[in-house]
Design a protein around this ligand. Sequence first.
Ligand code: FMN
Length: 332
Amino acid sequence: MFDSITINGRTIASALFLAPMAGVTNSAFRRLLADFGGYGALFTEMVSASAFLREKPHVSPFTKRRENEGAVIYQFRISGEEDIEAVFRKAEHLESFAIDINLGCPAPKIQQQASGAALYRDFDRLKDVLRRIRRIYSGTLTVKCRLGDDPENWREPFVERLRLFEDCDVHAITVHPRYSGEMLKRHARWREFPWIVGQTRLPVIGNGDVCSPKDVQLHREWFEPLAGLMLGRIVAVKPWIFREFAGLPPVEIDHLEVWDRMYRYVMEDFSPDRAYGRLMEFTSYFAKNFFFGHELYKGIQQAKTAEDVRANAMRFLESKPRLSVSESVSFY
Ligand SMILES: Cc1cc2nc3c(=O)[nH]c(=O)nc-3n(C[C@H](O)[C@H](O)[C@H](O)COP(=O)(O)O)c2cc1C
């Protein structure tokens, strides 16, 4: 399963995607993943379309990418109030695998700015935004969404949007099967994947709570119809995990070395004050590799600078901490 996927006539191996994650899937993290491989394409974190107009894409750690990352998909957060034409004219120079539109983010701040789940909800505005994009941009376009708002009546609006995506020449859709009112607490509804796939000719990439190849093997009937699989938080815990999903030979993992490499990559791409936040965020996930990982996380909480974060993390990692043996990871 998930050996390859063809999107808009281009085939990538494997059909495994890194989820866009604000604060996590920056250029340093993508560089680390490229060292391990196994994925088909990497999403950037969501980039505000209007901020993108002010950024230097080859310098900003949101958009910067290195040759060895392979296929990168840039995700935009957009509401329609931006100068969409200017955004997509500029985006064309990114030479990305695809541009993705965030239609799923439920965070109040994002919805207040009329994007993410708020754009999915507003059908007429969504139609207008996609049509405006399509007038200027003929490249590969994908969207990422949830199931919608209403647990009792989400299917009809969902199918209505699928027709819109098809009409607007969207090339693939990622579905994270939660409702927009749910944060990441309740389990993703994997059982909806076959129904969703049955409603559209577009390739569907499934996402949400997948932590190990066993999750897929144990629920083959739900995952088999999908064209691709997207992994999010588990990749920040185990940046090498795509290898396991892709069936590549395992590599020996030295957790201290991996953390320290990430530190170097972050320090190279970010100013020291911004590096601090990125390291904290990454370490909150990476700590889940350890039986007493909360001690690693607690230790870095005391740190005031990126260098302090490193000193505290090294103290923990040099103590040869016991690894967690569980394959499932709790994010709560
Ligand atoms: C810290 C964090 C940041 C996220 N940022 C984005 C984002 O920028 N764009 C987006 O579409 N989804 C975002 N998401 C949602 C993820 O892409 C994904 O749908 C979600 O984490 C479920 O997948 P997982 O269980 O494999 O992590 C974010 C999730 C997390 C945890």
